[in-house]
Design a binder for this molecule. Sequence first.
Ligand SMILES: Nc1nc2c(c(=O)[nH]1)N[C@H]1C(S)=C(S)[C@@H](COP(=O)(O)OP(=O)(O)OC[C@H]3O[C@@H](n4cnc5c(=O)[nH]c(N)nc54)[C@H](O)[C@@H]3O)O[C@H]1N2
Ligand SMILES: Nc1nc2c(c(=O)[nH]1)N[C@H]1C(S)=C(S)[C@@H](COP(=O)(O)OP(=O)(O)OC[C@H]3O[C@@H](n4cnc5c(=O)[nH]c(N)nc54)[C@H](O)[C@@H]3O)O[C@H]1N2
Ligand SMILES: [Mo]
Length: 768
Amino acid sequence: MKFKTEIKPYTGAAGGWGSLEATTRYVFDSKKVLSNLRNLMRVNKGRGFDCPGCAWGDDNHSTFSFCENGAKAVSWEATRKALEPEFFAQHSVSKLREQSDYFLEYQGRLTQPLRYNRTTDHYEPIGWDDAFSLIASHLKGLESPDQADFYTSGRASNEASYLYQVFGRMFGTNNFPDCSNMCHEASGVGLKQSIGVGKGTIRLDDFEKADAIFVFGQNPGTNHPRMLHSLRHAADRGAKVVSFNTLRERGLERFADPQKPLEVVTTKSGRISSAYYQPNLGGDMAAVRGIVKALLEADRDRVSNGLSTIFDADFIAQNTAGVDEYLAVVDATSWEKIVEQSGLSEEEIREAASIYVQAERVICTWAMGITQHKHSVATVREITNLQLLFGQLGKPGAGLCPVRGHSNVQGNRTMGIDEKAPKALLDAMEAHFKFTPPRNPGHNTVEALEAMLKGDAKVLICLGGNLAAAAPDTLRTEKALSNLDLSVQISTKLNRSHLTPGREALILPTLGRTELDMQATGSQFITVEDSFSMVHASEGVGIPLSPEQRSETAIVCGIANAVLGDKYLNWMALADDYNLIRDHIEATIPSFTDFNARCDIKGGFYLGNAAAELKFNTPTGKANFSAANLPEQLIPQGNQDAPFTLQTLRSHDQYNTTIYGLDDRYRGVYGQREVLFIHPDDLAALGMKDGELVEIETLWTDGVERKVTGFKLVSYDIPRGNLAAYYPETNPLVPMSSFGDQTHTPTSKAIPVAIRRCEQKVDLQRIA
Ligand SMILES: Nc1nc2c(c(=O)[nH]1)N[C@H]1C(S)=C(S)[C@@H](COP(=O)(O)OP(=O)(O)OC[C@H]3O[C@@H](n4cnc5c(=O)[nH]c(N)nc54)[C@H](O)[C@@H]3O)O[C@H]1N2
Ligand SMILES: Nc1nc2c(c(=O)[nH]1)N[C@H]1C(S)=C(S)[C@@H](COP(=O)(O)OP(=O)(O)OC[C@H]3O[C@@H](n4cnc5c(=O)[nH]c(N)nc54)[C@H](O)[C@@H]3O)O[C@H]1N2
Ligand SMILES: [Mo]
C-alpha cells in the first residue's frame, strides 16, 4: 500500500466538511455501502446499537448525533471483507509480523476459530468444541488458578464481562488485567480516595448549566468528538471553556457543527476555548496548585479587608476533611516551583484562577494527559481539591468528569472486572452463587506481563483488545506473550497480539456490537455504561459475515462450560438468554434493581453517584483533601537530565491500536505516522530541520536499549523540551517499569528521551 505523504498545517475548524468528507470516504471504502450507512443511521437511536467508539454520553435531544470517528468505528467493524482460512494458509505468522498494524486489520473480519500450528508457523481452522476443550485442558492442568490471566478490553458488554469475571473467580483467580489499567486507573484510584467513588460526578446535561468548563489533558476533537457539541453549546451561551493542553489542538480551538448545514458550507465556526494554556508534560498538578495558591492569596487579602471569603466555607465545613493540611501544603509550595514545573507563567495561572473564581458552576474534565504520568493520582486529587474548595460538587452544572476511553470501560469495572475487587462485590457473589471467591489481589496489566516473563503466568485469555501493541515496552511485552503455554484472543480483526503466539494459541472470532446476535431464544441485546453512569441497551442490526462467528457472551459461556461444567451455573442457558445474566447482575451488583425492565427505558437509566449527592463513602465519611507535595521532578525516575520528554498520543485516524488511515488532519499530517512533533526552537538548537529523520532513544536506568528509528521531525506548537509522537509505534520506548504511583499505569505521557539524526528507518529487532 502506498500513501501520499504530506505535512500541511490545517487551518479550518474541527468538525465541518472535513469531517463529513472523511466519514463518507471510510464508509464507501468498505464494500457494503448501503448496510453500512443504515448501520450508521441507527447509531445511538432507539434501541439500535451503542456506538463502539468512545464512552461519551448520548444526547437525547438531538435527533441524530453524527460523529466522524464513530462512523469510522462502525464502518470499520461492519466491513464485508472476510478473512478466510486460505489467507492464513498463504501467510505464515512470521511473514504477517512484517506487516503494519494498518495492513493487519484492513484484511477484514475474522470468520473462523483458528489454532496456531507451531510446526508450520501457520494458523489453521479448528472447531469451536475443540477450541474450548483445548482451553479447558490447559486451565485444568495449571498448578494454581493464579497462573491464568483474564484480560479485558473496554468494548466488552456488561453481560459478557460480568460472566467473564464470574467464571474467572469460580475458576479461582482475581487476575483481571484490563485496558483500564493503562488508561483511567488513576481517576478511579484518586477519586475513590478523595470522594469515595471512582467515577465522574456529573451527567451530560450538566454541560448545559456550567459557567466554566476546565478541560485538562484531553483531545476531544479526535477522541470524543461528540463532546465538542457540548463544549460548543456551552461556549455559544457564554460559558468559559478553559483548555490545558501541551499541544495546540484544533478541536479545542474552533468547531464547526456538522449538523448545522450553514456552518458546513460556509467557513463559519464557533470558538471553543476562551483561554488555552500549554503546560509542560506532567505540569498540570503544579498548574492547579498555582490556581489554588493565587486564590488563597486573593482570599486572604479580602478577608483581611473585612470582606467575605471566596471559598465555600459551609461546604468545606460540612462535607470535607483535611483542608488545613492541604492549605498548609499550598503555602509551602513556592511560586518558583509552580512556574518551573507547570511551564506556565504566574500571570497565566492567575488569569486561569480569575476565570475559575468568577464562575458559579465549574466542571473539570480530563483524560490521558492527566492519567498517564507517575503522579497522576496526586494530580486527579489536586483537581478535586480545587473543586472542593469552591463546593463544586452536589449542584447542577458542576463537578468532576474523567472522560473515559473505550465505550464500555466504565461498565466493565462496575461488572467486577477489577483485579482488586471491593469486598462487597466478592461477598455478594459468594452469597448468590454459593462458591468461595479468591480474596487475594490479582494481576493488573503490568503485573500480568511481568508474571508471563517470569513464567509464573502460563495461560492468557483476552476478551478483546490488542495487548501486544497496547502495552508498554513492545519487545518485552512480545517476549512475555510468546512465553505463554496458551494464548487465546477473542477478536473481531487480525492484530499484533495474534502474531506473538504462545506455545499454543487460539483466535476466536467474535461478533461486533453492530451485529445481530441471534441465540436460541431469539435476538439478544446487551448493555453498556457511559462516562455519565448511564446504562443503556444496545442491539446490533448487521447480518454477521459468518455463522462461525459467536457473540462474546456465547464464547465466555462456552469456555466456562468446558472448564467448570454446570457445577455452579448452567452456562449454556445463560448464552441462550441474556435476560438471565441480567438477573444475576441485579442480584449481585448495586443499583441494578429491575434491570431487565429498565433496559426498555429510552436513553437508558442512571446508576446514581453517591458523591454527587454529597454522600462520601470514605473512611472519614467526608470528601478528603489531599495534601501531597508536588513531585520532585516530572520525569518519573532514571535520567533526569534527558534533553526531552516524549508523550505518546492518538492521531485522528486511529482507534487505539486500530489504524483506520494514515492521516492526522487537524495536525496537518497526511499519509504517514512516524512523525515527531517538536518546538521550532528546539529544532534550531539541535541544528536540524523539518522533515529530517531521527532515532528516539529512551534514557532509563535498567541498561536496556529502547529505540525507534526513522521518525520525521515536524515543528509544532508545543513547549520547548516536550515532544509528541503516535502510539502504538512508540510503545517500544515506554519502559514497563515506569508506571504511575498506586496505579501501575504506564507513563505513556512522560518518557525521558534523546533524539539523534538517522539516515533511514531500521525495523525493530523483534524476537523470532
Ligand atoms: N477516535 C478515537 N477515539 C478514541 C480513542 C481513539 O484512539 N480514537 N481512544 C479511546 C480511549 S481508550 C481513550 S483513553 C480516549 C483518549 O482520549 P485522549 O486522552 O484525548 O487521548 P490522547 O490522544 O492520548 O491525548 C492526550 C491529550 O492530552 C494532551 N496531553 C498529553 N500530556 C499532557 C499533559 O501532561 N498535560 C496536559 N495538560 N495535556 C497533555 C495531548 O496533547 C493530547 O491532546 O479516547 C477514546 N476515544
Ligand atoms: N504508548 C501508549 N500506550 C497506550 C496508550 C497511550 O496513550 N500511549 N493508551 C492506553 C489506553 S488509554 C488504552 S485503553 C489501551 C487500549 O488497549 P486495548 O483495549 O487492548 O486495545 P485496542 O486497540 O482498543 O484493541 C483493538 C482490538 O480489539 C479487537 N476488537 C475490536 N472490537 C471488538 C469487539 O467488539 N469485541 C472483541 N472481542 N474484540 C474487539 C480487535 O481485534 C482490535 O484489533 O492502550 C493503552 N496503551
Ligand atoms: Mo483508554
